[in-house]
Design a protein. Structure first.
Length: 352
């Protein structure tokens, strides 16, 4: 009987080893695909939660918070109910510092006077950035002469000294029609109003007063869409949602005319009207499970996807990781607000 040929068995052995490796790899991949995610390993993680979450504040941040509230509420089987109001950033902080809410939506950082109000009431809070917004200047879709405005032209329209003086479009540019400018803008309790006036007029809250004001951005959309010679401003999400009703204007902040887009807002080239958005969470309320899990969900991939779905730009992942670490550590106070506000990159601010 002849002995086996060693040269013939080596290729067969190699084929068997490769086949075994392929099978093992497939099993590992299948197991990974079928294994439950971290969020579903414990079926009671969300369904065991219950309670209310009173929230108020910015109409700009409202679409994100509302979307998170609806989805999170569904995950809890309706046992967690987040009621979200839109009294404006300033109005929201009034309620927050009066202990009427546990989360405050803000389209600007907390002001020093609000820091003092909360401190006087014994309210401590955790400051969390949640998305980036590009404040959008809009005109009526039938406006065929305004495509771009410089910061100087915006200042000419909105500065206090222009009230009763700069009233027609041809005063802004002689080539534009001699038609009255109708202005629509957020009310004085709005963080959008504060941010716009600081960026354009050089001082937050300083503006001419002869404009139609509303804390409800939908009212502003209706006003601009119904008046051919109108102008207004509000958050990027409301522009995206109403592109058939208003026309966005490109802004020249010194580097040419740039319109708000996802890329321009995220990379900072849409200046000076790009801004971070925040939620402020009462630190004692953050100890309650249903509120803590709501905030963690807000900062998760799901929250980022919801922010994008309603027209806002998520931060780089590093920002959410830092924010979550601060929340889990219970770090209170403000970096971006108050008298010594940090105005650099958000990630750098969170590491301070």
């Amino acid at each position: 009987m002849s002995s086996p040929n060693p040269h013939a068995t080596k290729p067969m052995l190699m084929r068997l080893l490769i086949l075994a490796a392929v099978v093992i790899t497939a099993i590992v991949l299948l197991a990974a695909a079928c294994s439950p995610s971290e969020e579903t390993t414990d079926p009671g993680r969300y369904t065991s939660l219950s309670g209310d979450i009173p929230i108020d504040g910015s109409s700009t941040v409202f679409p994100i918070t509302e979307a998170v509230a609806e989805e999170f509420g569904d995950l809890t089987g309706g046992n967690v109910r987040a009621v979200v109001g839109i009294s404006g950033t300033g109005g929201g902080f009034k309620k927050f510092c009066a202990n009427d809410t546990v989360i405050s939506d803000a389209s600007r950082p907390i002001k020093q006077k609000e820091v003092d109000q909360c401190a006087a009431a014994g309210i401590e809070y955790i400051e969390l950035p949640v998305a980036i917004d590009g404040l959008s200047v809009v005109v009526n879709p039938d406006n065929d002469f305004v495509e771009c405005l410089t910061v100087e032209q915006l200042n000419m329209i909105w500065k206090p000294e222009s009230e009763g003086v700069v009233t027609h479009w041809n005063q802004v540019d002689p080539s534009w029609p001699n038609e009255e400018i109708k202005m629509y803008a957020p009310g004085v309790d709005s963080g959008t109003f504060d941010y716009f006036t600081e960026a354009i007029n050089g001082d937050g809250g300083v503006s001419r007063g002869d404009f139609v004001a509303s804390e409800d951005d939908n009212v502003l959309v209706q006003g601009v869409s119904g008046d051919r010679y109108s102008i207004g401003y509000f958050g990027y999400a409301y522009y995206v949602e109403n592109q058939d009703k208003v026309k966005v204007v490109a802004i020249d902040g010194g580097n040419g005319c740039i319109a708000p887009t996802d890329d321009a807002i995220n990379n900072g080239s849409y200046a000076p009207l790009s801004r971070p958005l925040f939620i402020y969470v009462r630190s004692d309320a953050a100890q309650e499970d249903h509120i803590a899990e709501f905030v963690r969900y807000y900062l998760s991939d799901h929250g980022q996807e919801l922010a994008a779905s309603v027209g806002y730009i998520p931060f780089p992942q590093e920002v959410y990781d830092l924010a979550l670490n601060l929340f889990n550590a219970g770090s209170t106070g403000t970096v971006f607000g108050g008298e010594n506000a940090y105005k650099g990159p958000v990630a750098d601010g969170l590491t301070r």
